[in-house]
Ligand binder design. Structure first.
Ligand code: NDP
Length: 330
C-alpha cells in the first residue's frame, strides 16, 4: 500500500522534493469502518493552498499524507451502511488504500463514466454552477468574465453563462489555450493574460463592461477586472490561484474604492455551502449535456506516483479541463 506524504512544506514554488512516496501496511478497517481502494483522486489548486496554512480546513503539515477528494471502491466493510463493491466518494489521501468511518463516505450513484462524478457532476461542475448562479446571478445579455477559463471550473462557468444568453469572455495563459477555450466552449472571446496590455485587451473584448466577474485567480487579474466592472456588478470570489505559490501575496489596490463607487457586490463562497442545491446543479448540467450545450473536458493523469507532478503541472497551467489522477481501474 503506497502513500505519498509531504516531505517538506514548500517555500514558494512547489517541487517534486516536497513529496515522498512511502510504503505503509495495508490498513485494517475497525468497527464501523470500511477499507477503500482509491480509483480516482481530484487534483486541485486547493491542495497547494492547504499547504499555506489553515483555510476552510486544517493546514497540511510536513509528514502528513496529502488529503484528496477521491472516488473509491469499498473492498471490505465493517459497517451495515456499505458493502464490498460499493463505489463511494471520500476525503481520502494520496494512497492506494485507506480506511474511513462508513458514515464519513458518500455512496455514489451508478453512472456510465465514473470520472464524470469528479468533473461535471463533481467539485468542478458544482463549484461553477453554484458560484455563477447563486453568487454571480447573471442575467441574459449581461457580460460574464471568467479567469482560469481553460481550467475545470472556468470552462463550466463560461458554458453555463453562454447557455443563459450572456456574452462570455475568458482569461487564460497563452494564445493556444485561448483559441482552444473559444473553439471548445464557444466563448465569445478569450484573452491571454501573459501577453502585454491585459486591461486594453479586456476592455475591447467587453465593450459593454463586465457585469459578473468569476475570479479563480486573484491578484493583478482581479485588480484589472475590478476596473472593468459595471455598476451593480458582482464579483464571485472562487479562488486565488495566482497567490497560492507566492511568498508575498498581492491583492487588488483599488479596493474599496471600486466597490463603493460602482456599488459592487464581492462575495466569496465554498462549494460545500451550497450542497443543498447540488441536485438542482446536477439536473441543470445533465440537461445542458443532453442539449449539446456543455462539453466535459477531463485531464486524467495515470498512476499514484504521478500525483505530485500532476499538482505541480496544474499550478503551472499544463492542464485543460478537470485534472485527476487514476490510481486504479474502475
Ligand atoms: P483549474 O483546472 O482551473 O487549473 C488551474 C488553472 O489556473 C491552471 O490551468 C492555470 O491556467 C491557472 N493559473 C495558474 N497560475 C495562474 C496565475 N498565476 N494567474 C492566472 N491563472 C493561473 O484548477 P481548479 O479547478 O482546481 O481551481 C480553479 C480555482 O477554483 C482555484 O482558484 C481553486 O482554488 C478554486 N476552487 C474553489 C472552490 C470553492 O469552493 N470556492 C472549489 C474548487 C476550486 P493558465 O494556463 O490559464 O494559467
Amino acid at each position: 500500500n503506497r502513500q505519498i506524504v509531504v516531505a517538506e512544506l514548500p517555500k514558494g514554488e512547489l517541487t517534486p522534493a516536497n513529496f515522498k512516496m512511502t510504503e505503509i501496511p495495508m490498513p485494517e478497517p475497525a468497527e464501523g469502518e470500511v477499507l477503500l481502494r482509491v480509483i480516482l483522486m481530484s487534483i486541485d489548486a486547493a491542495n497547494r493552498s492547504w499547504m499555506q496554512g489553515a483555510t476552510y480546513r486544517a493546514a497540511v503539515k510536513a509528514g502528513d499524507a496529502m488529503p484528496t477528494y477521491a472516488i473509491c471502491e469499498v473492498t471490505a466493510s465493517n459497517s451495515s451502511r456499505l458493502k464490498a463493491g460499493d463505489v463511494v466518494a471520500a476525503e481520502a489521501t494520496w494512497s492506494d488504500y485507506v480506511t474511513m468511518p462508513a458514515h464519513k463516505v458518500e455512496k455514489l450513484p451508478k453512472v456510465p463514466t465514473l470520472s464524470n462524478l469528479m468533473s461535471v457532476f463533481g467539485i468542478a461542475g458544482k463549484t461553477a454552477y453554484h458560484g455563477l448562479m447563486s453568487v454571480g446571478q447573471p442575467q441574459p445579455g449581461e457580460t460574464v468574465l471568467v479567469s482560469a477559463a481553460a481550467g475545470s471550473v472556468g470552462g463550466y462557468v463560461g458554458q453555463i453563462a453562454k447557455s443563459l444568453g450572456c456574452r462570455v469572455v475568458g482569461i487564460a495563459g497563452g494564445q493556444e489555450k485561448c483559441d482552444w477555450v473559444m473553439e471548445q466552449f464557444g466563448f465569445d472571446a478569450c484573452i491571454d493574460y501573459r501577453a502585454d496590455g491585459l486591461f486594453k485587451a479586456l476592455r475591447a473584448a467587453c465593450p459593454e463592461g463586465v457585469d459578473v466577474y468569476f475570479d479563480n485567480v486573484g491578484g493583478v487579474i482581479l485588480e484589472t477586472a475590478l476596473n472593468l466592472m459595471n455598476e451593480r456588478g458582482r464579483v464571485v470570489c472562487c479562488g486565488a490561484i495566482s497567490q497560492y505559490q507566492s511568498t508575498a501575496p498581492v491583492g487588488p489596490r483599488n479596493l474599496p474604492g471600486a466597490i463603493v463607487v460602482k456599488r459592487l457586490r464581492m462575495e466569496g463562497f465554498i462549494v460545500m455551502d451550497w450542497a443543498h442545491n447540488d441536485a438542482t446543479a446536477i439536473r441543470a448540467m445533465r440537461g445542458m449535456m443532453e442539449r449539446g450545450q456543455l462539453k466535459v473536458t477531463e485531464d486524467i493523469v495515470e498512476g499514484l506516483e504521478n500525483a505530485p507532478a500532476a499538482l505541480i503541472g496544474l499550478l503551472g497551467g499544463d492542464n485543460k479541463g478537470k485534472r485527476m489522477v487514476r490510481v486504479s481501474a474502475d
